[in-house]
Design a protein around this ligand. Structure first.
Ligand SMILES: Cc1cc2nc3c(=O)[nH]c(=O)nc-3n(C[C@H](O)[C@H](O)[C@H](O)COP(=O)(O)O)c2cc1C
Length: 351
């Protein structure tokens, strides 16, 4: 991957926060549907129609405000915003990011300005840009999650809530919510009561059986799943003998984790074929997005690729559309879960 400094800086707050159109109408999710030529790019996600199958992954796109100067964000199906908590969080000590072969490790620690800031600034801006929003929520306790979800009730333009349950659980310090089926069930049940829009549970790949955790989330009221969050990893500076990340361990993202993500999406789609999945993990181009769709994702989220190429979105959408045209696929939704495993049924011979 090229260094993180390439392209414009897309994640810093700017003076543009003052330019919010406070009278803006929120978008309707299907509005501005991208339908170029014969290919219908829209997908249905838990009853909500997205105009295209690609969305931003939480934490990797800010609110999209900076990049919107360069292209129309309405090409995206939705923007998934940085996970927000009840109060602002300061995050972990620096360094917070380190590049690794085919990926990067981050230990940001969910730094964010809190749900009130989101409602007052980011959401208003996203409404003015007419971009549907997937609101990612986080917390250290069940009560924190519930209160953030409650605060977002009726928020204009929020088409779904994504519960980032892949963060530490202070009520059970030994685990993250999504590392345990019982904890997953408890937190999703509690959040579900507050949420009027579709609820997606964002799951961790760092488990023995992701289908077991997915089942617990779905039985408890999640209508969809976001797969996958980062893979836990670490890197050591051998000259200093210190960890490269201030937080010691971090989350690995980017192409290095794509096969893990594709496998997770495939496994969960096989177990729950009717459940909408937002697939993510190492998607860098249209090929990778198509791989996710074929594995069973209804929509595809893109995170780390934004740091490498902030202009990836139009290329992704054009590439998906080209593929569909070449293969005479009228609707991108028809690709979901079309993986043909029969081709993989080979007989093993002893060598
Ligand atoms: C810098 C950075 C910050 C992230 N912040 C969040 C976050 O706030 N909430 C969340 O659910 N996931 C967060 N993620 C995880 C991504 O949303 C995504 O699940 C993961 O990076 C895999 O996708 P990718 O390989 O396309 O980046 C973050 C990832 C990165 C790289």
């Amino acid at each position: 991957m090229s260094r993180m400094s390439s392209g414009p800086v897309v994640h810093q707050e700017t003076e543009m926060v003052r330019q919010i159109d406070r009278n803006a109408e929120p978008p309707s999710p299907g509005e501005g549907r991208v339908r170029r030529g014969p290919v219908d790019l829209s997908v249905a996600l838990a009853g909500v129609t997205l105009r295209s199958p690609v969305v931003s992954a939480s934490g990797c796109f800010g609110s999209g405000r900076e990049i919107s100067e360069f292209y129309d964000l309405r090409q995206l199906g939705a923007v998934t915003v940085k996970s927000m908590t009840l109060e602002p969080w300061q995050g972990k000590p620096t360094p917070r990011m380190v590049e690794t072969p085919s990926g990067m490790l981050n230990a940001i620690g969910l730094q964010n300005k809190g749900v009130e800031y989101f409602l007052q600034y980011d959401l208003r801006w996203l409404n003015s840009a007419k971009v549907p929003v997937i609101a990612s929520i986080a917390g250290n306790t069940k009560d924190e999650f519930v209160r953030v979800a409650d605060r977002l009730r009726g928020a204009p333009g929020v088409i779904a809530i994504e519960a980032n349950i892949s963060c530490p659980n202070l009520e059970d310090r030994d685990s993250m919510f999504s590392h345990d089926a019982k904890a997953t069930a408890g937190i999703i049940t509690a959040i579900r009561r507050q949420v009027e829009v579709p609820l997606f549970a964002k799951l961790s790949p760092n488990v023995t059986s992701i289908t077991e955790i997915a089942g617990a989330a779905l039985d408890s009221g999640a209508q969809g799943l976001s797969l996958i969050n980062t893979v836990v990893g670490m890197a050591i500076d051998i000259e200093t003998g210190k960890p490269e990340l201030g937080g010691v361990m971090g989350g690995l993202s980017g192409p290095a984790i794509r096969p893990i993500a594709v496998r997770a999406v495939y496994e969960v789609h096989q177990a729950f074929p009717d459940v909408p999945i937002i697939g993510m993990g190492g998607v860098m181009n249209a090929h990778d997005a198509l791989e996710m769709l074929m594995a069973g994702a209804t929509a595809v989220a893109v995170g780390t690729a934004n740091f490498v190429d902030p202009f990836i979105w139009p290329k992704l959408i054009d590439g998906i559309e080209d593929y569909c045209r070449r293969h005479q696929i009228a609707r991108v939704a028809d690709l979901v879960g079309t993986l043909d495993t029969a081709a993989g049924d080979r007989e093993w011979t002893a060598s």
